[in-house]
Design a protein around this ligand. Structure first.
Ligand SMILES: Cc1ncc(COP(=O)(O)O)c(C=O)c1O
Length: 495
């Protein structure tokens, strides 16, 4: 039973889909970033039974897609400052369509030779972009979490090869080291690899949220004395909380002194190694044994696109290369690159196309310009906060994350606990209204408003508009008669 529509109808459906996309992008300026619908409303909308008979796709496109678009938080909006999420790109939209149309699986070269070679090219370009090794191995994966897991798997296998067959219990307990600011996916990875999160040593940070290298070394020597097997140091190239970049060069020294694998989590920040104002911070990145980075973050590629880079291809193959007899082909040969021997996946979609098209169309120069502009805008925001009488910055701004809090300029001064509660309410209110969206975090145990910008659509107007908006909300919540009080437009100018 052929499921295809005739070509004329398919063309019409493509046109209708394009119209939905154009209407979404055409109304981005007016749309709220978040939506205030009740969870029940959304759940009810999708609680229907499995459809036995299909519906007309025209009707689905007209009725359901606008509902889905209208009930999604819009990280594509220039007023989105939450988490670490980019706005994607129009080239990415095209690439997703074209890749899905071809629907290849390039687990094996002979199934999709162009896709297989494109992924190799993309690995080379990504490595070059961040100033890592020209001959690095790697693979595209779903995102930063999987990239970290992938790299740590290779690290474990290289440093404790017996574990692959005999399991972790057969070896001395493996230990690894990362700062307290390290992303939670590292803990998840360590648990998935059977190492046990108790063996992930969380090393304290300094006043700039960078790992304290002296304490790190103390942990390593204690573990060695206790008969454990330290095997890996993880450096942060842009922490998720504040964008802190560890002293990667010194971490590489420590790793080499103790014969440990040196992994860098650059899921968010590594792309900033490519641009002048920030590149110096990443000295030592090139000495890493592996790096996780995320094209779906600062390179503006649509979800999902993560990348694991590993110093050499051979170590990747040692971890991932298994070939069941049915997967061998007569035409296999050394120059035909089989991706299945370099990743956990067997079926692999054409994720590389959107990364490749992104570089082809925008070129590395424009993509770098986006990063530079984001960094400069957030440093500007940091400077505005420093100048303001009613906001307080809570961390340095090394990359494009600003952590701060609202401290009312009027009325009695508030305790830290009261400020935590006020800023939590501010975050809630901001999300409820949906004009802008930012999230919070805890720094030194205190609530921080956390604005992160990795979006090519955001300009100075939205960046300063965010601060003006938060000020208005803060004044409303505290009942303060601020001079800036009043309706504030989305671009930040008082109306
Ligand atoms: C530093 C860091 N590492 C890892 C991750 C996880 O990446 P992903 O969400 O792509 O799985 C993030 C996500 O924000 C991150 O900021």
């Amino acid at each position: 039973m052929n499921l295809d529509f005739d070509l004329q109808r398919f063309r019409r459906l493509l046109e209708l889909s394009s119209e939905q996309v154009l209407s979404l992008y055409g109304s981005l300026g007016e749309r709220k970033v978040t939506h205030a619908s009740s969870p029940q409303l959304i759940a009810d909308r999708f609680s229907g039974p499995l459809p036995a008979e299909g519906r007309e796709p025209e009707e689905l496109l007209a009725r359901d897609i606008p509902f889905i678009f209208g009930h999604s938080t819009l990280n594509i909006s220039p007023r989105f400052f939450a988490y670490v999420m980019s706005g994607g790109s129009q080239v990415g939209i095209l690439a997703e369509l074209l890749g899905a149309a071809l629907n290849v699986n390039h687990a094996k070269w002979h199934l999709a030779s162009a896709a297989a070679e494109i992924e190799r090219a993309v690995i080379r370009w990504l490595s070059e972009f961040i100033g890592y090794r020209a001959d690095a191995g790697g693979a595209l994966v779903s995102g930063g979490s999987e990239a970290n897991l992938y790299c740590l798997r290779v690290a474990r296998d290289e440093k404790a090869p017996g574990v692959r067959e005999d399991g972790c219990r057969s070896a001395r307990p493996l230990t690894l080291y990362a700062s307290t600011e390290t992303h939670s996916c590292i803990t998840k990875s360590v648990e998935m690899l059977g190492i046990g999160s108790r063996h992930l040593r969380k090393v304290p940070v300094d006043s700039r949220f960078r790992v304290d290298v002296r304490k790190l070394e103390e942990h390593i020597t204690q573990d060695l004395k206790a008969g454990l097997q330290p095997f890996c140091i993880i450096g942060n190239a842009g922490t998720v909380n504040s964008g802190a970049v560890d002293d990667l060069d010194t971490l590489a020294d420590v790793a080499s002194r103790y014969g440990l694998w040196f992994h860098v989590d650059g899921a968010y920040g590594a792309a900033a190694a490519a641009v002048d104002p920030t590149s110096e911070m990443f000295r030592g990145l090139e000495r890493a044994d592996s790096v996780a980075l995320d094209p779906h973050k600062w390179l503006q590629v649509p979800f999902e696109a993560g990348c694991a880079l590993v110093r050499d291809w051979a170590s990747i193959r040692r971890s991932f290369s298994y070939a069941a007899p049915y997967l061998r082909a007569k035409s296999d040969s050394a120059e035909k690159w089989d991706w299945m021997g370099h990743t956990f996946q067997l079926s692999r979609g054409f994720r590389a196309l959107k990364v490749w098209m992104q570089f082809q169309v925008y070129g590395s120069r424009k993509l770098k310009a986006v990063i530079e502009e984001n960094v400069s805008l957030m440093r500007r925001l940091g400077a505005e906060i420093d100048r303001a009488h009613d906001f307080e910055r809570m961390a340095p701004v090394p990359l494009s994350i600003v952590c701060f809090r609202y401290v009312p300029a009027h009325g009695p001064s508030l305790t830290d606990d009261e400020l935590d509660r006020l800023n939590d309410r501010l975050l809630e209110e901001c999300e409820r209204r949906g004009e802008f969206f930012l999230t919070g975090t805890k720094l030194n145990g205190r609530t921080a408003l956390r604005a992160c910008l990795i979006n090519h659509r955001t300009t100075e107007a939205e960046t300063l508009g965010l601060l003006a908006h938060l000020r208005t909300l803060g004044e409303e919540l505290t009942g303060a008669p601020g001079p800036e009080r009043g309706a504030v437009s989305r671009s930040g100018s008082a109306r």
